[in-house]
Every structure is written in structure tokens, then in C-alpha cells.
Write a protein that binds this ligand. Structure first.
Ligand SMILES: *[C@@H]1O[C@H](CO)[C@@H](O)[C@H](O)[C@H]1NC(C)=O
Ligand SMILES: *[C@@H]1O[C@H](CO)[C@@H](O)[C@H](O)[C@H]1NC(C)=O
Ligand SMILES: *[C@@H]1O[C@H](CO)[C@@H](O)[C@H](O)[C@H]1NC(C)=O
Ligand SMILES: *[C@@H]1O[C@H](CO)[C@@H](O)[C@H](O)[C@H]1NC(C)=O
Length: 345
């Protein structure tokens, strides 16, 4: 005899076995997809996990059948990105990357003085290959430099192909009578062009005018140009104020305009003075007067302290102020002590 309870229980089991429970929508796995994908599956239905393009299976089961319990077994499938091969080394450049995995991008750049010949980036494709070939960093060159008007090259050494490498220099010179504006040296830049060219311009200077009490000499030409020179001189007792030689400058002006200045007659007949650091007798040294610009120091007495000090006087265009403190002794007053012989204060 079978107990009725057991009969009931086994018929329940039978019912479960036949009808079963439906399985739910399967768990999502990173970078994988399920075929077929539904919201529920009858017991016995099969699903297959496959890795998405660009990803490969790293172990685990991929095929499952919905069991009578209605619970999908634990899925251990792992989908990992494909890894592209080592991209290589870019000579005279840099490869920038995070990883070589799908779907990452690597980028290329060249060192200064080199330019990229090829793609500036590449992507790791679904197939695990780079989308672009490794580029090349080629040296930057500049074409032969353009020559400014009225100029010529004074220094330039091209490569054998007539071009110049990044960083090379060329130096210009202006033709005679022309002055340069800008830098005489140009450099081949990283962009493959030259830095800014200088300009050469014709420069004329007016004829220099003769100074009063003097003369000026310059080339006997119709026109005076850049770099031409003129020389100045003064008549007898006059002295040149300024350089003897002047030059026509790049802006059309002479480098200086010297003039002739009168020399000074000295009212003092006898005195010991300091001239250029030395004690001299004024009557010997400045017999013919003092030239414009010359400077002497007179000795004066401090009566209270019985000592001497000096005061300066300079000849300016025929005028000289003798210091008030200076006292000239008559040549007969031989018993008086000269200030220059008194001890300094
Ligand atoms: C460029 O690369 C080549 C080969 O590695 C090397 O000989 C050369 O020195 C590099 N040039 C510069 C400027 O780094
Ligand atoms: C370089 O320049 C010279 C003179 O201008 C020319 O004769 C020669 O053909 C050029 N060479 C190249 C490779 O361009
Ligand atoms: C001219 O350019 C060179 C480099 O190209 C630089 O070294 C120099 O200082 C420049 N000279 C002047 C006067 O600007
Ligand atoms: C050289 O080329 C660069 C980039 O094209 C540009 O910015 C620059 O102005 C050029 N320089 C000269 C002097 O033409």
C-alpha cells in the first residue's frame, strides 16, 4: 500500500517535471551578448553567450540550457578586449598611449625639427590591428632663402639638396649705399619657413655744413650715402667740440655735428695750478691760452686755518671764470707764500 500523502507528493513532482519553471532574462556580462535574448525562456531552451566584436573569451562556459528549476547556472565567461601588437618606436618622436587594447587610440608626435610623415594617430581595431601604419618623423627643411632687394647672402650653407635643416642660419649683407633694417640673420624654423627677412634701403645724408672757424672734408660726390665719412677741423686757436670724424648713419643723419669753440685768454699771469692731475705753471703750460673744454684747479688759502684748497675753472667757448678765492701775487712780492705751497686743508 502506498500512503496517500506520498502519492500526492509524487504527482506534484511529476507536474513540476513536465511543466517546469521558466528562466528569466539572463544576466548581462560585460562586453558579451546573448543569443537569443528574450525576457523568459522555457526549460530546455538554449542560450549562447558570445563576446562582442573586439573582445575575446577568456575561459568560462558560453552555452546554457534553461533548467527545470528556472534558475540560470552561474556564468563564469569573461570577455577581454583584444590587444594590438606593440606599436613600435617612433624615431625622433613620441608615441602616446594608455594601453594597446581595443578600442584605444595612440597618438604620434615628432620632436622639434622633425615633421610627421603619415597619420598622427592610430586605433586598435576589432581585429586587434592598428588602423594606421606607424608614421615617420622626417627632418624639417627650409627651401633656399629668399633674398631681400638690395641685399646679398654673406653666409649660407645649404644641404646637398639645396635645402636647409631646421635651425640653420643665413646672413645677409646690404649692397653699398644701403642700410639694413631688421636682423641680418634669418633662421630655418620648425615650420619649414625662414624667420622674417631684413630690409635694405638706400640711405642718403645731406652735405655736412662747415663749422664757424673751421672746415669739413667729405668725398667729392654728387650724393653722400650711408657709411660715407666726413672729417672736421678748426682754425688756429679754435678747438673741435665733438669727434674729428663723423659717419652717415642708417637714418640719414650724420653721427655728430662737431663745432669749433674759441680758446680762452688767461687774465692770470703767474700761478701754480693742477692740470690733469699734475701741478703746472699756468704761464708755461697755457702761454697761448686754454683750449675749449680744458679744465684746471686753482689753489686758494684758508686764512683762519692756514691751509689751502682748490677750486676748478673750465674754458667754455672763450670764457673762463677764475675762482674768486684765488689771489695772484705780483712777481715782486717774493716774501709771500704761494697758496700752492701751503699744506692742504
Ligand atoms: C633622430 O634619430 C636618429 C636615429 O635614431 C638619430 O641618429 C638622430 O640623432 C636623431 N636626431 C635628433 C635630432 O634627435
Ligand atoms: C641646387 O642649386 C643649384 C644652383 O642653383 C642647381 O644647379 C642644382 O640643380 C640644385 N640642386 C638640386 C638638387 O635642386
Ligand atoms: C638676430 O637673430 C638671431 C637669431 O636668429 C639672434 O640671436 C640675434 O640676437 C638677433 N639679433 C638682433 C640684433 O636682434
Ligand atoms: C612660418 O609658418 C608659420 C606656420 O605656418 C607661420 O605662423 C609663420 O608666420 C611663418 N613665418 C614667417 C616668417 O612667414
Amino acid at each position: 500500500m502506498i500512503p496517500p500523502v506520498l502519492i500526492l507528493f509524487s504527482s506534484f513532482l511529476c507536474h513540476v517535471a513536465l511543466a517546469g519553471r521558466t528562466c528569466p532574462k539572463p544576466d548581462e556580462l560585460p562586453f558579451a551578448r546573448v543569443v537569443p535574448l528574450k525576457t523568459s525562456y522555457a526549460p530546455g531552451e538554449e542560450i549562447v553567450y558570445t563576446c562582442q566584436p573586439g573582445y575575446v573569451s577568456r575561459g568560462g562556459i558560453r552555452r546554457f540550457i534553461c533548467p527545470l528549476t528556472g534558475l540560470w547556472p552561474i556564468n563564469t565567461l569573461r570577455c577581454a578586449p583584444r590587444v594590438c601588437p606593440f606599436a613600435g618606436i617612433l624615431e625622433n618622436g613620441t608615441v602616446r598611449y594608455t594601453t594597446f587594447e581595443y578600442p584605444n587610440t595612440i597618438s604620434f608626435s615628432c620632436n622639434t625639427g622633425f615633421y610627421l610623415k603619415g597619420a598622427n594617430s592610430a586605433q586598435c581595431t576589432k581585429e586587434g590591428e592598428w588602423s594606421q601604419k606607424l608614421p615617420v618623423c622626417a627632418p624639417t627643411t627650409c627651401p633656399p632663402p629668399p633674398i631681400p632687394k638690395f641685399a646679398k647672402l654673406s653666409v649660407y650653407q645649404p644641404l646637398s639638396g639645396n635645402n636647409s635643416l631646421y635651425g640653420s642660419k643665413a646672413v645677409f649683407e646690404c649692397l653699398p649705399q644701403h642700410a639694413m633694417f631688421g636682423n641680418d640673420t634669418i633662421t630655418c624654423t620648425e615650420h619649414g619657413n625662414w624667420t622674417e627677412l631684413p630690409e635694405c634701403k638706400e640711405v642718403k645724408c645731406p652735405f655736412p655744413s662747415r663749422p664757424d672757424n673751421g672746415f669739413v672734408n667729405y668725398p667729392a660726390k654728387q650724393v653722400l650715402y650711408y657709411k660715407d665719412k666726413a672729417t672736421y677741423g678748426c682754425h688756429d686757436t679754435y678747438a673741435l667740440d665733438g669727434p674729428k670724424e663723423v659717419e652717415c648713419g642708417k637714418f640719414g643723419h650724420w653721427s655728430a655735428q662737431p663745432s669749433c669753440k674759441a680758446s680762452c685768454k688767461l687774465s692770470v699771469k703767474r700761478a701754480t695750478v693742477i692740470y690733469e692731475g699734475e701741478k703746472v705753471n699756468i704761464q708755461d703750460k697755457f702761454k697761448n691760452g686754454m683750449l675749449h673744454g680744458q679744465k684746471i684747479s686753482f689753489f686758494c688759502k684758508n686764512k683762519e686755518k692756514k691751509c689751502s684748497y682748490t677750486e676748478d675753472a673750465q674754458c667754455i667757448d672763450g670764457n673762463i671764470q677764475i675762482p674768486k678765492c684765488f689771489k695772484e701775487h705780483s712777481s715782486f712780492a717774493f716774501w709771500k707764500t704761494e697758496a700752492s705751497d701751503v699744506k692742504p686743508c
